[in-house]
Design a protein around this ligand. Structure first.
Ligand code: LR7
Ligand code: MN
Length: 596
């Protein structure tokens, strides 16, 4: 109990008193707040005791923050040294084959990775000067952390480079242990050779999941075994930049109910070039979700930017990528860990984003903390029960957290709608609903209004929606793949699954495809093909472009002419194109119906 008191009083007193008069930019939670009292009770007395000596006034000295394991001397001209790209030359046919196989096996170039030192340095500290100069108060001590890395069939060199980069950059006093969780890999190098290799590293251990269950179950296993105050999750192909850990832990000390992510740097999947932070660059982007429940990035909106006094301040983010983050172990348990019934991959990051915000926590990106991640070009591993598990996971997230807004998602993903209809297929969610009740979580419209006010919310119940099928050609309007802005709309075999063929007729008379981007069917002058453009109406005081307004004229039951408001012409299929032509109610190629 003593320690508990210490915790809260120090969190209180130090708000606003730390370096540069830093104020907590997020809503401070008063002690009378029932949730914060509840959390405080969860902080068991033992949990704030770490291996560090008593705290003093002043700041941690560089000596105290020495890494666990000094980086060995490195050939500055070696492949990939200093985070540079490595591009192999004069390859033999056998090497080319190896390279190709590595790419297929991993979705990144293992051949290149295998030739780069697992101890490679990333060069000098190029972060924003305010990050480089940042000091960390000594009192109360920074919490220590267990780093948890789950993997399924990770390449040896990328996994080992992840481990060593942590050991070379994390202050020994803050790094309690590294826990590797093998999600039933089938590759031999991840069995005995891995055990043998990490044994002498002392603070690294391997746990194994007998059956392939996916990253959620693996992380839960790691979390259960973790001894640190804080859990830090990383993917198995990361590299940590200088000083990545201290800012994450310092922000958690400030806000124990935060979930903090580093700024994610790109490690190129072909050359392993590490995109180093630019001293001039501040926080770049934040995370969001779209109405197909995919994670994405967006620019930080002005109001959020203005809240930051300097570059060391965190950025509040509506959603997080989900792979790289730190959280107090006790808060992780309090807030409902993960939905343990989510399998293999996908959906858990959006679920956790909603849950953390709606149940009293906050999600932040700490820009002074930089961690690189290899973004794969393809998913190399198997999905034992098929790719449908991703949709199962998403449906679980939608059913628990999205209230009526879940239908916005279901309209765009017919498979999800189908799964949602048969309750058994996505499993039991009663425990998650109980958790929501127990934590007295806010509802989804609170989340949209308070956490993501910039989001475009599609109509909850549009009058007409679905695939737009042409009665002459029996094909459907489709936005096509890849950057569809300002491109001709295409006509494609109808699949009635939503996705790229989802259109809604809005009260403002737009034919709107609004899953990730806000796209509208945009009329043109004959013979130019009709296009897909960004919608002019973006909410607020904006208005639709006249070319984006359509009148639907019923010609037979559920069958319409789509007439442009400005051109007074009708959308017509001619060959493989959609163009505007003089309206002719007898022309089947002008008849459109909203599919199921
Ligand atoms: O069955 C599996 N078992 C596993 O242990 C499948 C995967 N995994 C491991 C895998 O080895 C890796 O370490 O889980 C981790 C994530 O899988 P990746 O690297 O194949 O996929 P990803 O990088 O696209 O994963 C992102 O999305 C996932 C959705 O479920 C998770 O939230 C990942 O944590 C997330 N990764 C990041 O956020 C890193 C930053 C990238 C971005 C954006
Ligand atoms: Mn990854």
């Amino acid at each position: 109990p003593k320690n508990i008191g210490k915790w809260t009083s120090s969190n209180q007193n130090l708000n606003g008193l730390s370096l540069k008069n830093r104020q907590v930019i997020t809503t401070p939670r008063s002690l009378a707040d029932p949730l914060s009292l509840q959390i405080r009770d969860l902080f068991s007395p033992g949990s704030s005791v770490s291996t560090q000596p008593d705290c003093l006034s002043g700041f941690y000295s560089p000596d105290e923050l020495k890494p666990h394991f000094m980086r060995p001397m490195e050939d500055p001209d070696g492949p990939g040294a200093n985070g540079r790209a490595f591009i192999p030359e004069n390859m033999s046919p056998a090497e080319m084959r190896e390279k190709q196989e590595g790419l297929v096996r991993n979705g990144f170039d293992q051949f290149v990775s295998d030739r780069i030192s697992v101890h490679r340095s990333l060069g000098n500290d190029t972060r924003h000067p305010e990050c480089v100069e940042q000091k960390f108060r000594h009192c109360p001590r920074l919490p220590d952390t267990s780093v948890i890395i789950v993997f399924h069939n990770e390449a040896w060199s990328t996994l080992l480079r992840t481990i060593y980069s942590i050991l070379h950059t994390s202050p020994a006093i803050l790094l309690r242990e590294i826990i590797l969780v093998d999600d039933a890999s089938t590759q031999d190098h991840l069995k005995a050779p891995l055990d043998l290799h990490v044994q002498p590293l002392k603070i690294v251990r391997v746990l194994r999941q007998k059956e392939r269950k996916g990253l959620v179950a693996a992380r839960l296993l790691g979390a259960q075994e973790a001894k640190g105050n804080v859990l830090t999750f990383l993917d198995s192909h990361c590299e940590c930049f200088h000083g990545w850990l201290e800012p994450l832990l310092a922000q958690l000390r400030e806000q124990p109910m935060a979930v903090v992510s580093p700024e994610i740097a790109v490690i190129d999947s072909n050359t392993l070039k590490f995109t180093k932070p630019l001293p001039s660059a501040g926080a770049r982007s934040r995370g969001n979700f779209d109405w197909g429940l995919s994670f994405g990035w967006e620019n930080i909106p002005e109001p959020e930017r203005l809240k930051r006094k300097d570059e060391t301040y965190p950025v509040r983010t509506p959603a997080f990528a989900g792979g790289l983050f730190s959280i107090y172990k006790d808060f992780f348990n309090h807030i409902g860990t993960y939905d343990g019934q989510m399998e293999i991959w996908g959906g858990e990051n959006i679920e956790m984003s909603f849950r953390v915000w709606m149940c009293g926590g906050q999600l932040e990106i700490v820009p002074c903390s930089v961690v690189g991640h290899i973004f794969r070009t393809r998913t190399p591993y198997s999905f034992p029960k098929g790719l449908e598990v991703i949709v199962h996971n998403q449906v679980r997230a939608a059913e628990v957290w999205m209230d009526d807004y879940k239908n916005v998602f279901y309209r765009r993903n017919k498979k999800a709608a189908f799964i949602a209809q048969s309750q058994k297929s996505y499993g039991d969610i009663s425990e998650r609903l109980e958790l929501k009740e127990k934590l007295q979580c806010k509802n989804f419209s609170w989340y949209l209004e308070n956490v993501y006010p910039e989001v475009f919310v599609p109509e909850l119940a549009p009058a007409l929606f679905g695939s737009l099928m042409n009665m002459g050609s029996h094909t459907c309007l489709d936005i096509g793949e890849r950057k569809p802005v300002r491109r001709a709309v295409i006509l494609y075999k109808c699949h009635y699954m939503g996705g790229n063929q989802h259109f809604e007729y809005t009260v403002l008379q737009e034919l709107r495809h609004n899953t990730a981007m806000q796209l509208c069917l945009h009329a043109t002058i004959e013979p130019e093909p009709v296009r897909i453009e960004l919608c002019n109406y973006k909410g607020g005081s904006t208005v639709p472009a006249p070319q984006q307004q359509w009148t639907l004229k019923l010609v037979s039951p559920q069958c319409y002419l789509l007439e442009s408001e400005v051109f007074k012409k009708c959308l017509t299929v001619e060959g493989v194109k959609a163009i505007m032509k003089t309206c002719n109610p007898a022309d089947k190629y002008q008849h459109w119906t909203f599919g199921p």
